[in-house]
Design a protein around this ligand. Sequence first.
Ligand SMILES: *[C@@H]1O[C@H](CO)[C@@H](O)[C@H](O)[C@H]1NC(C)=O
Ligand SMILES: *[C@@H]1O[C@H](CO)[C@@H](O)[C@H](O)[C@H]1NC(C)=O
Length: 191
Amino acid sequence: MVTPRLIALVQAAALLWTQTATAANVADQFVGRGRIQVLNASDPFKTSLDADRIGCINAAGQLTHSDCAVFNQLPPPATPFSLSSPAGNCTTQNPDMPVNSDSIYGRGTHAWWCGEQGDWMQHKEWYYTINGWPAPFICSGEMRCLWDIKANVPKEGDELPVWQFFWGSQQPDIEPGHWNVLLLWVPVDEE
Ligand SMILES: *[C@@H]1O[C@H](CO)[C@@H](O)[C@H](O)[C@H]1NC(C)=O
Ligand SMILES: *[C@@H]1O[C@H](CO)[C@@H](O)[C@H](O)[C@H]1NC(C)=O
């Protein structure tokens, strides 16, 4: 099934290959230090960087109202970890984080988290953005550029899970009661 989201991602990939020279080089912005704003959105090209903002990510990798941690992104090939917060490296593999039980394809996946990794770390995990997009939206794994939250605008003090978005033929769109979000990297000027 062809969803608008899939079309957007294919367009993004096409831009990556054909217009790299002329498109905004957002990958150059996704290095060094930055904060991560969370935008309620399912299409990287139709998202307002201001109006769609619902919160930001704290040092533990969770969605909050305004507890915006400063992250550090190492340029490739800095794997297995490329993105870290003051708490530690960021990953979706921490078994202590809640699974996305509402999602057919994501029900076995854990919420994003940053901290000190344990023996459970199974494989390399890296983060990147895609040149051609209007802004440096953060992707992980195999073109996982959309993320998944329970439909909720965080209030002061909330710390909410953020999952990678998984879909397939049985559930091509975001599951009921959830929203797709984009993670926007906002560079912090070095002082
Ligand atoms: C978030 O986006 C969904 C559509 O994906 C929309 O139904 C919802 O009203 C939006 N919420 C806010 C707070 O903008
Ligand atoms: C975080 O990742 C870096 C780069 O791979 C690594 O050198 C460092 O030991 C990691 N830190 C923790 C706390 O796991």
